[in-house]
Design a protein around this ligand. Structure first.
Ligand code: BES
Ligand code: ZN
Length: 465
């Protein structure tokens, strides 16, 4: 605990580990009414229509928001404009990442054979060939095991390898080590063969063929003895792209500043092929509405509203954000409330997840607020979202979501028609009340020390999603 933390917060934590019935901690009736009046300063202002409008702007107006795309940038601009309209201090934080771009030109030309030809696919992370292509004799390399190359001259040739026995990576590496210029791996079952090499290693251009194509080439070699081909893989490779986080700060009151920082976060990117209405336009929308409502309240705690890019490709935005915090800022950080998938009609009940399955000040606050303004919440253990980098950085964090997960998760069907205004509204009320409970300047210590209800089946179950 940093020296900046309010003493009362340790009260919350200390109380939470005691297995004492909740009633012991119930505040006197007058204090309870006062707490409710304060909750209402936030809860009654939450506007479900406004939340829904944000989901519509992000998932219908913009649509799929793939990391590093134009659409993701449009979402960033939309979010920044909203935060600015609430009077918050907004920064757009860029960061770069490496990603594999698939080759634009892929072909195999067999010398002396025109016609329809082959329709290869390229393996992910395949190196390119030279611009003029890789030309060489096709050699039948069996299953591509080291023994298949032993005693044979593969230098400068194109290795034709059948799927099976060993991994694609092993086949491709054996061929490259034997000096092959390119590798053609053909399927041993019906359908195209499209797979991936490891992201790094010593490989040459590697393509996939169907079983029919591979067997036809093999027959051609047997018939003609020497078959020469030119393989082209052009325009693929690792590229550097830029994604952005949005950082919107609500400063503490200048005369009532505890020095503490709270974070409210949500990712704004989505997976390719999905408009990401639930995952995670819903989380951004709830985040924006809490920001709107809290921006007109005085707080003695700095509240930073954050939306992250590149969550879907490895939590990159939130890792980047946490990496920019100084030790001094981390010491002043009280907790991080993360929203991910908070609006599907087809998901289960509201829940909080922590990375380690342990309760912390965020889940205690969430449980306490939920029992006042909604109904008691349970806990589970899940990382997989932007609370994880905060947890790893030593900041108490939890993701608020609904479990079990909806069937539309990461599908093209994650669309606005599956969105429940009520689920988002309840989430905004619970977390809005919780954040305000910590941040408001007039919170008496007693109220902050109210205890979270115990989880249904302590300590924690690993919840299936
Ligand atoms: N929203 C999901 C994960 C999630 C599921 C969060 C249930 C909270 C409750 C998130 O966007 C996602 O898909 N994450 C990735 C992991 C990430 C490290 C790339 C996943 O779970 O596969
Ligand atoms: Zn998500």
């Amino acid at each position: 605990m940093g020296k900046w933390r309010k003493a009362v917060l340790s009260g919350v934590m200390a109380a939470s580990v005691l297995a004492v019935p909740l009633s012991v901690y119930e505040a006197p009736i007058a204090a309870k009414a006062a707490t409710q009046a304060l909750d209402n300063k936030v809860v009654q202002k939450i506007d479900a229509e406004k939340i829904y409008q944000h989901v519509s702007a992000l998932s219908v107006g913009i649509g799929e928001r793939v990391t590093g795309s134009e659409a993701e940038r449009k979402a960033v601009d939309y979010i920044a404009a909203q935060y600015r309209s609430y009077g918050l201090d907004v920064t757009i934080q860029p960061f770069t990442f490496q990603t594999y771009e698939e080759a634009k030109e892929i072909s195999i030309q067999i010398a002396g054979h025109s016609g329809k030809g082959l329709e290869p696919s390229v393996f992910k992370y395949s190196p390119n060939t030279p611009a003029e292509g890789a030309t060489g004799e096709i050699m039948d390399a069996g299953l591509g095991r080291a023994s298949d190359f032993a005693g044979k001259d593969a230098a400068g040739k194109i290795a034709l390898i059948e799927r099976g026995g060993i991994t694609f990576a092993e086949k491709a590496a054996n061929a490259a080590a034997a000096g092959a210029k390119a590798v053609l791996i053909y399927n041993n079952t019906t359908g195209p063969l499209k797979s991936s090499l490891p992201s790094s290693g010593n490989y040459v251009a590697t393509l996939g063929l169907t079983k029919t194509e591979g067997e036809a080439l093999k027959a051609l070699i047997e018939k003609e003895q020497t078959v020469t081909a030119t393989v082209k893989v052009l325009g693929g490779g690792m590229v550097t792209k830029t994604s952005h986080n949005v950082v919107a700060v609500k400063k503490a009151h200048k005369n009532h500043d505890t020095g503490q920082i709270l974070y409210v976060g949500s990712h704004h990117d989505s997976v390719p092929g999905s408009p990401g209405a639930s995952d995670n336009a819903s989380g951004v929308a709830v985040n924006l509405e809490i920001a709107r409502v809290l921006s007109s309240q005085q707080t003695d705690t700095e509240v930073r509203f954050l939306t992250f890019g590149a969550e879907e490709i490895g939590l990159l935005g939130s890792y980047h954000y946490v990496s920019t915090l100084t030790k001094e800022e981390i010491d002043r950080s009280v907790g991080m409330f993360n929203f991910d998938m908070v609006g599907s009609k087809n998901a289960g009940d509201m829940i909080m997840f922590t990375v380690d399955g342990e309760r912390n000040v965020v889940t205690n606050t969430g449980a306490s607020a939920s029992s006042r303004v909604f109904k008691p919440l349970t806990y589970g253990k899940v990382g997989r979202s932007d609370h994880q980098p905060f947890h790893e950085g030593g900041i108490a964090a939890a993701v608020f979501s609904y479990a079990p997960l909806e069937p539309e998760y990461h599908q093209p069907t994650d669309t606005i028609d599956k969105i429940s205004k009520e689920k988002m509204e309840n989430m905004a009320k619970v977390v809005g009340a919780g954040v305000y409970q910590i941040a408001r300047k007039d919170t008496p210590a007693l109220e902050r020390a109210q205890v979270a209800p115990k989880p249904a089946e302590p300590p924690f179950e690993e919840r299936p999603l």
